[in-house]
Design a protein around this ligand. Sequence first.
Ligand SMILES: CC(=O)SCCNC(=O)CCNC(=O)[C@H](O)C(C)(C)COP(=O)(O)OP(=O)(O)OC[C@H]1O[C@@H](n2cnc3c(N)ncnc32)[C@H](O)[C@@H]1OP(=O)(O)O
Ligand SMILES: O=CC(=O)O
Ligand SMILES: [Mg+2]
Length: 569
Amino acid sequence: MMELGTNGYAAPAAGRKGGAAYDVPEGVDIRGRYDAEFAKILTRDALQFVADLQREFRNHIKYAMECRKEAKMRYNNGGLPGFDPATRYVREGEWDCAPVPPAVADRMVEITGPTERKMVINALNSGAKVFMADFEDALSPSWENLIRGHVNLKDAVDGTISFHDKARNRVYKLNDQTAKLFVRPRGWHLPEAHIFIDGEPATGCLVDFGLYFYHNFAAFRRTQGAGSGPFFYLPKMEHSREAKIWNSVFERAEKMAGIENGSIRATVLIETLPAVFQMDEILYELRDHSVGLNCGRWDYIFSYVKTFQAHPDRLLPDRVLVGMNQHFMRSYSDLLIRTCHRRGVHAMGGMAAQIPIRDDPVANEAALELVRKDKQREVRAGHDGTWAAHPGLIPAIMEVFTNNMRNSPHQIHSMKREDAANVTEEDLIQKPVGVRTMEGLRLNTRVGIQYLAAWLTGTGSVPLYHLMEDAATAEISRVQNWQWLKYGVELDGDGLGLKVNLDLFGRVVEEEMARIEREVGQERFKKGMYKEARKIFTRQCTAPMLDDFLTLDAYNRIVIHHPKGLSKL
Ligand SMILES: CC(=O)SCCNC(=O)CCNC(=O)[C@H](O)C(C)(C)COP(=O)(O)OP(=O)(O)OC[C@H]1O[C@@H](n2cnc3c(N)ncnc32)[C@H](O)[C@@H]1OP(=O)(O)O
Ligand SMILES: O=CC(=O)O
Ligand SMILES: [Mg+2]
């Protein structure tokens, strides 16, 4: 264990003299492992850029995080999220976002995935129009994953990326035609504890953005952006003031790079309940840098529970029942489409969690049919494109979108959805309907623990029971268990009439751990981090106050400072 500083973070590592070290600017301390390849990313100039961003924006970020706490207190005291009367003029005003750059006019199918080398190549070659390379929901942000991710993205943008799969003796290289690259940095709340700036951990997303932008803006615009870009996805914002910070970060980066204002473009995920009431305001703040909004449906469900954590009248039914057919989810998608098209930008759909089922053609066809239906609903509602979790889904999704888009790359001008102007605050928060079951509690527990075990060992997205699971879907499992325990809900959907309490939950955890062991096998179970995952998951599900994020606590376990030792945040 490392010695802890007064702020709870490990004190500056002494004794790093001798041996290779990163060449850092004043005030920057790298506590992650040294690697000659990483040093090509962690250059003095790139770190100076990250440090400049951190220094310029840290107080704005702290203020925004304080405002999140205040809003949470309001909701916990019975308040409801809603439209802000003070910004009515923005919602009602006539203004447009900057025109969509031709390079990213067509975004019918976007594949997403972590920044792992082989997957980056596969995603860029997948036939999707866009690849969203993810430092967020799909990535466990260990030092190795993070900086290797930057190495991979730099090689991808340079066009030199390759990968030799020795076991299969297969070499992966980029095709002539590749998807356009978007990068999703982490949310504002996550620190990067391997890089300290002026004695504090850096802000995770400024590290992700800063390093990627610094190393790639020039090559990106030459190879991918056709005069614009780089392109980003921005996650988990709760208020337009957070979008305003991103806008200023972009302006600062454009100035540093000497490129025109508005070159950088970003799509914001509307994936928190408070943000649905701020969509116009978010677009307005980013109007010179925006390429639309996206329905981040999984985090949105998580956020519904989080926002209403003190509202027992708004409990969720089983996780599998909370789909886009629920009134509050459909209203959110409709209003997002209307808002984006009114302002001249893309309204992107979300992720269907199904993935191909290789060993069962009938089940595979059923899964594909669910994806087709979901995508059909999206395109007919007016979405301009959507997400795919796996390359195997792209042909089916592409077919649905091309068949419904009347030879146009998007529907910005043809599907105005004026009817959605009538979506009300009540529509957006309407309580989801459905039953709660013991199987729902079991599934949450089984999935939550397995996901965390994978995350702790470096994998941020996994296939579980034929569905894609990532940080957002795992969050739903966690907060739903917490909510059911907190309010001792009755499991009313299976005729058992059991009430969820600590005893029942304890038994479920025991039994699901045994099931996981049977399913993964004793050897993998022993070698994996299932017991640690169980501990974290159980603590969070039974905590008196809901933890804000599953991954904040878990992040402690993957921070490894150099010289080697485990650090606590
Ligand atoms: C809520 C949200 O935020 S959604 C966005 C964040 N989540 C994601 O991005 C999840 C992305 N998807 C994935 O990570 C993966 O598809 C998983 C983990 C769900 C399933 O992965 P696997 O079990 O490895 O899939 P599978 O074995 O079928 O893969 C087959 C091939 O497709 C590739 N592949 C699978 N998914 C992807 C992807 N998203 N991007 C690129 N390649 C992929 C694999 O690398 C593999 O390639 P290979 O044949 O050359 O070895
Ligand atoms: O990031 C996407 C989501 O659904 O969450
Ligand atoms: Mg998300």
